[in-house]
Design a protein around this ligand. Structure first.
Ligand SMILES: Cc1cc2nc3c(=O)[nH]c(=O)nc-3n(C[C@H](O)[C@H](O)[C@H](O)COP(=O)(O)OP(=O)(O)OC[C@H]3O[C@@H](n4cnc5c(N)ncnc54)[C@H](O)[C@@H]3O)c2cc1C
Length: 497
């Protein structure tokens, strides 16, 4: 374990029994979990290399309870880690030894479906797919579709600004949220936006979306729902090299075609997914594109032809168009199961999440190949190709010597490469703890200071999800005196992590 967390406050640990009793008063019944064995299920999220039991787990089911928990923790200087379904790949929901883990999974009701206004109001613990399930009978769906959609919560999606295969055309979470209710660390309930298009005042809705549980706890979400397209068809296109597939992606977009989804997988990912799901993927290619076109039938037919022509001009050797909705779903099932599929061929993997300008794909792929040799670790690649969002999966075995360390160093170098070619550290999985210490690679001292000023405006005691996102924990009063350069901070005598 190479990423360190804030040292627990011994004074808070000493008050544990009193804190648990206070939580039980606020959330009666079975909503407080403090037995070690029962808390084990919460000790990690999907960044499973990191584990930590929380001080106590609290599962409120009313907004008043959330507000009371936060108010108590604020008054008593107790850190709080919000948690949805615990599928974060960046360690965003990793508990703290001296912190309350505030789990929102009991907030699982769809409150209102408003077809006339094309929106749904839901509680934050509703799963992403649960929203589509609630509206599909009338031909509607919720567009952002992370591969974890069967499990991840909409509250977690808001916190991570999650994406999915359909975000190329329909936007990320931030483009599909109309309103939020959240509770501040001091226990104040705030409402932003609503069913209408634009929210008043500063774009606080935009600020909250992607704030990784550092600014407030989301307790209600209003999302846009879309009418399902008349037709949707997907085509599997195989290429002899990833470079050719990357060039085809750039050419499709350059032609002005915005597919409903455009994903790419390399040979190891194709094989793992095919073995797992039997999606019908070709096994004799180095790279596979899955391109979905949706809209009126005539348009879809025309665009399928255009995409195939572009792909062939870029060296595609195979192209197979789905002939039914079942087949299209099967094509996607392979891609959506790519992470668990890779989990079957390697004891452990680290899933990276950098984003690059599309045209840099060949350069980054070549760089990744060299790094793979340097670190002696294999990598399987899955991309949201249309968005330039890479998900290299670094395969390692945590039980062997220094493999976790090598995997983390390899991952850090991939992200550095993404930044070097003009990209960013994260596309959709968030910074969490995973990319926290790489923030100075991307942001200047000024950038980080301004970001932390925003954090201080919401949470001046740094009690909400401390140890995540920002590479240095410090008191808000220090702002302006802090110089962070490539992770090296002055005032090393101050307690840091
Ligand atoms: C197999 C697999 C595939 C995945 N595929 C994708 C993908 O395609 N696209 C993608 O974007 N992500 C993907 N993810 C990552 C993950 O599912 C998303 O980040 C998701 O949004 C996390 O939701 P969650 O409910 O599990 O949140 P958690 O993991 O519980 O928490 C994530 C973060 O959100 C905060 N949070 C949670 N709920 C709240 C709340 N109510 N208020 C304030 N903060 C809150 C937490 O503090 C934490 O920082 C995948 C994960 C897995 C395991």
């Amino acid at each position: 374990m190479t990423i360190s967390m804030p040292l627990p406050n011994k004074e808070v640990l000493a008050r544990r029994a009193g804190i648990v009793a206070a939580m039980r008063e606020i959330v009666p019944g079975e909503g407080v979990v403090d037995a070690t064995n029962e808390m084990r299920v919460f000790e990690t999220d999907a960044l499973t290399a990191y584990r930590q039991l929380p001080l106590v787990v609290v599962l409120p089911d009313t907004v008043d309870q959330v507000a009371a928990v936060l108010k108590y923790c604020h008054a008593n200087d107790i850190p709080v880690v919000p948690r949805g379904s615990g599928t974060s790949l960046s360690g965003g929901a990793l508990p703290l030894e001296d912190g309350v883990l505030l789990v929102l999974s009991r907030f699982n009701r769809v409150l209102d479906v408003d077809f006339e206004n094309r929106c749904a109001v839901v509680q934050p613990g509703v799963t992403n797919l649960g929203i589509t399930r609630a509206v599909e009978h009338a031909g509607f769906y919720y567009a952002p579709d992370p591969s974890s959609q069967i499990a991840c919560s909409i509250g977690g999606n808001i916190a991570e600004n999650s994406g999915g295969v359909h975000c190329l055309k329909y936007g990320l979470t931030t483009n599909n949220v109309l309103g939020l209710e959240f509770v501040t660390v001091e226990g104040e309930v705030v409402r932003l936006g609503g069913k209408h298009l634009d929210s008043e005042g500063y774009d606080l809705l935009g600020l909250m979306t992607g704030s990784e549980g550092l600014l407030g706890v989301v307790t209600e979400v209003t999302v846009r729902i879309l009418q399902a397209p008349e037709t949707a068809r997907a085509v599997l296109i195989g290429f002899p090299t990833s470079e050719q597939a990357g060039a085809a992606v750039a050419a499709i977009i350059a032609q002005g075609i915005i597919p409903g989804g455009m994903e790419m997988m390399d040979r190891p990912a194709i094989r793992a997914a095919e073995d797992f799901v039997h999606a019908g993927y070709p096994l004799d290619v180095e790279a596979l594109l899955i391109v979905e076109l949706d809209g009126p039938k005539a348009e879809v037919d025309y665009l399928l032809g255009a995409v195939e022509d572009i792909a062939r001009a870029n060296g595609a050797t195979t192209a197979r168009v789905s002939t039914s909705d079942e087949e299209r779903a099967r094509f996607w099932a392979g891609r959506k199961a790519a992470f668990p599929a890779v989990g079957r061929i390697s004891p452990d993997y680290l899933c990276m999440d950098g984003t690059i300008p599309r045209k840099e794909l060949p350069r980054v792929l070549a760089g990744m190949k060299q790094l793979s040799e340097h670190y002696r670790l294999a990598v399987a690649n899955v991309f949201h190709a249309g968005d330039g969002n890479l998900h290299p999966l670094i395969l390692y075995d945590a039980s062997r010597d220094d493999e976790l360390q090598r995997a983390e160093d390899f991952g850090a170098d991939i992200l550095r490469l993404c930044v070097e070619v003009g990209g960013v550290l994260t596309g959709e999985h968030g910074v969490g703890i995973e990319k926290r210490d790489l923030m100075p690679e991307m942001f200047s001292e000024d950038d980080l200071r301004h970001q932390q000023r925003i954090k201080c405006a919401f949470d001046d005691k740094h009690l909400l999800n401390p140890g995540k996102v920002f590479p240095v924990l410090h008191r808000c009063a220090e702002l302006g005196r802090m110089h962070v350069h490539r992770g090296q901070v002055p005032f090393p005598d101050l307690p840091r992590f």
